[in-house]
Design a protein around this ligand. Structure first.
Ligand code: SF4
Ligand code: SF4
Ligand code: SF4
Length: 251
């Protein structure tokens, strides 16, 4: 049986980075405890952070980062043409991530101040899906290595791929955390898709929404609750804009 056009056998995988911090790739590389089991199912033919091999014969392309230069568009289209399945990994690839914040500002003066007369090419940030067809998106900043591993294995085996639709609050409550909203913080847990084990609120830091919207997220209710707690509309909107995951739901 094929799944997403691939025979369930040892699959060739390429990992590619575009504009981003490479933290998601580091998550994948940092897997000593389960790396051997993982690699027994697939063959990594291109992964700059871990190998000097540069194979072009991959079935699955994992794409990290977003697109902010013209040459990246050509490179991404070339990868798309070669890959049977293209997976965007991380908030940068899925939503634009932290980098998309620059789209809201005119940065000519900043670039001049930092780089002087040195020519810097940096266009408005695009998501991977703005440039090519994306088969799967695995959000997170960085991605959860367990989740990427589980999803890639499911692609290989032809098993169903599940990413939680319920909000971070569910995982947070399962951990019996004190709600940071009651401690005076803004937290996007009620509107953000779970799957990170509520790592930020568990560390007493409000969720910034790096995994994108949960199903049926009620932004208006969250805004009202946070404003009733004394937070300003601009502070809430700023939080929602942080990763670009809620663009379209906020002004
Ligand atoms: S999603 Fe986060 S960790 Fe991954 S490349 Fe972007 S900034 Fe880095
Ligand atoms: S801390 Fe955040 S994620 Fe946890 S219950 Fe409160 S609002 Fe939800
Ligand atoms: S708690 Fe929110 S910001 Fe933190 S990892 Fe989870 S989804 Fe991302």
């Amino acid at each position: 049986m094929k799944y997403l056009g691939i025979d369930p056998q040892k699959v060739r995988v390429g990992v590619f980075d575009f504009t981003g911090c490479e933290g998601c790739e580091l998550q994948l590389a940092n897997k000593e405890d389960s790396l051997l089991d993982f690699l027994s199912l697939l063959e990594v033919v291109n992964f700059r952070e871990v190998s000097s091999d540069r194979g072009d014969d991959y079935d699955v392309a994992l794409i990290e980062g977003n697109i902010s230069r013209a040459d990246e568009i050509d490179r991404l289209k070339d990868i798309r043409a070669k890959a049977k399945v293209l997976v965007a990994i991380g908030s940068c690839a899925c939503f634009g991530g932290v980098n998309q914040q620059k789209n809201r500002f005119e940065l000519d003066d900043v670039v001049k101040e930092v780089y002087g007369d040195h020519k810097v090419e940096t266009d408005k940030v695009k998501r991977i899906a703005d440039v090519v067809k994306v088969d799967l998106e695995i959000p997170g900043c960085p991605v959860s290595k367990e989740e990427v591993e589980r999803i890639v294995v499911n692609v290989v085996l032809g098993a169903e791929i599940k990413i939680p639709k319920y909000p971070v609050c569910v995982e947070c409550k399962q951990k019996v955390n004190t709600c940071v909203v009651d401690l005076g913080q803004i937290c996007l847990g009620p509107v953000t898709r779970a799957g990170c084990d509520a790592v930020c609120p568990s560390g007493k830091v409000g969720c910034l929404g790096c995994r994108g919207p949960a199903e049926d997220a009620n932004f208006e209710s969250l805004k009202q609750i946070l404003m009733d707690k004394g937070h300003s509309d601009s502070a809430i909107v700023e939080r929602l804009r942080f990763y670009g995951a809620f663009n379209g739901t906020v002004g």
